[in-house]
Design a protein around this ligand. Structure first.
Ligand SMILES: NC(=O)c1ccc[n+]([C@@H]2O[C@H](COP(=O)([O-])OP(=O)(O)OC[C@H]3O[C@@H](n4cnc5c(N)ncnc54)[C@H](O)[C@@H]3O)[C@@H](O)[C@H]2O)c1
Length: 348
């Protein structure tokens, strides 16, 4: 049974990737500092694991700590080695992701995101583990002129967070090119993951007020926040609100497993892959679909545009379709249904 190190595995995307890894017969070692998650949410992941199959619980291990802690990273690899179970792949999701905060506190973002990646790579190199999946983001494309963004579209980030992702991708390219026979690396450029596991037992649960649209919608629907703010009504789009490529978090999670299996079964290489659906949905359409699917009201108001936002970001996902034979299966309605189920369960 293959063992995978999942950094940031108690976070939104990480928790869903963790479930998918367990279901597909992998063993998962999580490293997370809980800076944007919690012990309590880790319990929720374990409850879901037990719900799926109590035997899977033996295959999930947690280290609480910081990705910049080299000693801890080395200890994780070493302890696995002592058990005669090598870590075969690292899926690196630990990091900070709030675009607005990254503009206000750039050094904090460079420290956690870039230094964190460097420390991880140093430890991987030292411990002979050279298969890496890195969670990059569509935010690296910035203001794209194109209707559908391909992997070779212009890279022009407009926030510190976006620059962090581009720099890490560049560093990974350098590392790969320094010895092209060694590393297997995939930069997965996520579009807009939303929704939750279809049991509603885990979902997005950020600390403090959410920054992303979807948890804000669910919090307004459950009356934890009074009104949804929609940033800008005069963007150059059909209804004037921003257009995004929303992808169900479980489709995204499946993309990780396929990517890992592809890397493990192929020659050393570095890949950039868009993980999105290729479908455009405006923020207003998302709110309307959420209301209609769940038969619930989401009061909203239009406010000024937000720094760091762009009009339209939709993926050309043909490369991931082709290389991984990966096709997102879930609809916007599924995302709205599952996300609402999670909100109803997530009483805090
Ligand atoms: N959610 C999105 O819309 C989106 C889009 C594109 C890319 N991404 C990237 O995917 C990754 C995961 O995103 P998410 O939405 O699950 O975020 P999240 O905040 O829910 O999860 C990140 C996890 O990493 C942990 N973490 C943060 N800093 C850490 C550190 N220094 N050491 C150890 N653990 C640390 C947090 O506690 C959290 O559990 C991030 O790298 C993010 O930039 C997310």
């Amino acid at each position: 049974m293959k063992r995978v190190l999942l950094t940031g595995g108690v976070g939104f995307i990480g928790s869903h990737v963790c479930i998918e890894l367990l279901v597909r017969n992998y063993e998962v070692i999580i490293l997370d500092s809980f800076v944007n998650s919690s012990e309590d949410f880790f319990l929720k992941i374990k409850n879901l694991v037990v719900h799926i199959n109590p035997l899977f619980l033996k295959r999930i291990h947690l280290y609480k700590g910081d990705i910049r802690d080299s000693e801890l990273l080395d200890r994780i690899f070493l302890e696995s080695k002592k058990e005669n179970k090598l870590i075969e792949c690292v899926i690196h999701l630990a990091g900070l992701k709030a675009v607005k905060e990254s503009l206000e506190k750039p050094l904090k973002y460079w420290d956690v995101n870039l230094i964190g990646a460097i420390k991880l790579l140093e430890s991987m190199e030292k411990n002979n583990c050279r298969v890496l999946i890195f969670s990059s983001s569509a935010t690296i494309y910035g203001n794209s002129e194109k209707k559908l963004i391909g992997e070779n579209s212009k890279i022009s980030p407009i926030s510190t967070y976006g620059f962090n992702k581009v720099s890490i991708e560049n560093m990974l390219t350098n590392l790969f090119e320094s010895n092209p026979n060694k590393w297997r690396i995939a930069n997965l450029r996520y579009f807009n993951p939303i929704g939750a596991h279809n049991t509603g037992m885990i979902g997005e649960s950020p600390k403090g007020t959410p920054n992303n649209i979807f948890p804000l919608i669910t919090k307004v629907a459950s009356k934890k926040i009074s009104k949804l703010k929609i940033y800008g009504e005069n963007w150059d789009t059909n209804d004037g609100t921003c257009v995004r490529d929303f992808i169900h978090v479980m489709d995204l999670a499946e993309g990780h497993i396929l990517t890992m299996e592809y890397l493990l079964n192929n020659y050393p290489q570095i890949l950039n892959l868009n993980l999105g659906t290729g479908f455009s949905t405006s923020v207003l359409e998302l709110v309307e679909t959420f209301q209609e699917t769940n038969n619930i009201n989401v009061p909203y108001e239009f406010v000024e545009r937000r720094e760091g936002d762009v009009a339209m970001v939709v993926a050309d996902n043909s490369l991931a379709n082709k290389i991984l034979n990966w096709k997102p299966k879930r609809t916007i309605r599924d995302m709205c249904k599952d996300g609402w189920k999670w909100e109803l369960n997530n009483v805090d």
